[in-house]
Design a protein around this ligand. Structure first.
Ligand code: ZN
Ligand code: ZN
Length: 546
């Protein structure tokens, strides 16, 4: 009797051991990187009691959540965020220093993924003249391709081109984004392929966007239950064109003509639902997660950003957007279970930056917040160079809180570029919204190990950045008094969710400080492949089943 109980116990031990070991030893068939554009960490907690069981809560309760994860560079913009998540490093290494920046060599302002060597695949416009060629390092999916001898498919998708292209790097099998305007079309670039796959052409032909746009955006629940947000009618939100007040309901069928026709879907929650529709079509069309090789899919939700910019953090529109996104995620996770299999995928969810409360709203609450007049600022710095160097022609460009000096002009006047830069850095803090300023030379010769100057340093690329770099006060925007934005190195812009879930991931949470560049080395470790070639992040060991 005793013997048989012992035997039973041993068998039990062996079995549990087997099932526990099976999970980490089996590579996921599909990795999914989900990025929610402009999602603040506190959207997880602010609306927690209104989320269902199958969306955010499913991965929070069964995955591993980093509760104190931050961006560790500035500027916190979309392209930079997407590049940093998937390369595991910061702009000083990967080269994507903003969405748009002044190219010192071309002497013109450029957009991060524009590339005239390539053409649109899907229609005759120029929305597809894109490539990832300004990204100088590899992504996790590039390394996965190298590790699997180019087997396995890696695909990126998003309404925004930069959010589809940058995550999947240089060797992607495809990246798709949404044209909009009068073209209800998902398109790509000749960088990836000569013609759209049949499943994309079929998806475009089905024209589901019309179903979403020939309706109204009303709140999901009774509007009186939106107690986490300001009153619907307030002075801090921007209207859609054709609406007198920024209130519900929003009759999309009537509003679409005045708001760029299909572009309207970008700026309503249906844009997220439509993105899930396309992600599902991608998984089916490409048969992702069906072979012995691991596939990699990146899905970036952009509508959250358009909505966030228009209405701000404490808006009924934003609350409703996240309640609806929670349902879209539930639908997507259920689809993954059915199509790929519950234990066959690993996913992570994060954001490309967060956002500040509408500064005018903060001001109404007596919290310091500012609007910077860029025209006034330009005049201010020209007066500095006039006063100290007797010229207003020493500055080539001012953008992204950086001053680019005209090297040739400075040399022709017999001036010293370092002295001009240092004088500007010293004097520019006398402008009422500028809080700190340093020269490029300081960033090359000093190692800032933490704080906002460390973020500035991580965002500074010696080859591409300007000669003087500035930091405004917290809660400073350059745009109008309605709606909000992001871009700073302050915590309201840097604190984002990072949740790992699925194959190889423990259940749990951590309040330790992690940074955005830790995702790529963690996923690389899970897949047992090399991390991207300039990774500067670390593995989040506590999240992984070993
Ligand atoms: Zn963004
Ligand atoms: Zn944005």
């Amino acid at each position: 009797m005793k013997k048989s109980i012992l035997l039973l116990f041993c068998t039990f031990l062996l079995l549990t051991n087997c099932t526990e070991k099976k999970i980490p030893n089996k590579k996921p068939k599909l990795v999914i990187g989900i990025v929610i554009d402009q999602m603040r960490y506190d959207y997880l907690t602010r609306y927690a009691d209104r989320y269902g069981k199958g969306g955010f809560n499913r991965i929070l309760n069964n995955g591993f959540s980093l509760e104190n994860a931050h961006y560790n560079y500035m500027p916190t913009y979309t392209a930079v965020g997407h590049a940093s998540i998937f390369t595991g490093t910061t702009p000083n290494n990967h080269g994507i220093i903003s969405n748009n920046w002044y190219d010192k060599f071309l002497k013109e302002s450029i957009y991060c993924v524009d590339d005239s060597n390539y053409t649109t695949v899907g229609n005759s416009g120029n929305v597809g003249n894109k490539s990832p060629n300004r990204l100088y390092t590899t992504t996790v999916s590039d390394e996965l391709h190298l590790a699997q001898n180019m087997k396995g498919k890696t695909i990126g998708l998003s309404i925004k081109d930069r959010s589809a292209i940058l995550p999947v790097g240089h060797t992607a099998n495809g990246a798709y984004w949404y044209d909009g305007g009068n073209n209800n079309q998902w398109v790509t670039s000749s960088y990836y392929m000569k013609e759209l796959p049949k499943w994309v052409a079929d998806f475009n032909a089905n024209n589901n966007a019309d179903n979403y746009l020939n309706s109204s955006w009303n709140t999901l629940y009774d509007i009186n239950t939106y107690q986490k947000s300001r009153d619907d009618d307030n002075i801090f939100e921007r209207n859609l064109k054709g609406q007198e007040k920024p209130i519900f309901p929003k009759n999309l069928k009537e509003l679409r003509a005045k708001n760029g026709n299909y572009n309207l879907i970008k700026t309503v929650p249906a844009g997220n639902t439509y993105t899930v529709d396309f992600a599902k079509a991608t998984i089916k069309g490409e048969q992702l997660g069906k072979t012995a090789h691991t596939d990699f899919l990146t899905v970036s939700f952009s509508s959250t950003d358009y909505i966030g910019h228009r209405y701000g953090v404490a808006a009924v529109e934003t609350e409703d957007t996240y309640l609806r996104l929670d349902k879209d995620l539930e639908e997507f996770f259920n689809f993954l279970d059915a199509e790929v299999g519950k234990n066959n995928y690993t996913l992570f969810l994060t954001a490309d930056h967060a956002a500040v409360h509408v500064p005018a709203y903060l001001q109404s609450l007596k919290i310091p917040a500012h609007y910077m007049d860029t025209k006034k600022f330009r005049d201010f710095i020209l007066n500095i160079t006039q006063k100290y160097f007797n010229s207003k022609e020493l500055i080539e460009n001012v953008s992204n809180y950086q001053i680019f000096l005209d090297k040739d002009k400075i040399e022709s006047l017999g001036l010293d570029r370092n002295k001009v830069a240092q004088k500007l850095a010293d004097e520019v803090v006398h402008f009422d919204k500028i809080y700190k300023a340093v020269t490029a030379r300081t960033l090359q010769t000093t190692n800032f190990t933490d704080g906002i100057l460390n973020s500035l340093q991580n965002g500074y690329n010696q080859k591409f950045s300007g000669d003087v770099l500035m930091i405004p006060y917290p809660a400073t925007l350059t745009s109008g008094r309605k709606g909000t934005s992001h871009g700073s190195g302050y915590s309201y812009d840097t604190h984002i969710p990072i949740i790992f879930y699925g194959n190889g991931i423990k259940k749990g949470k951590s309040a330790k400080k992690y940074t955005i560049i830790d995702i790529a080395p963690t996923i690389s470790n899970l897949l047992k492949i090399e991390a991207p070639n300039s990774t500067s992040g670390k593995v989040v060991e506590e999240a992984l089943i070993k």
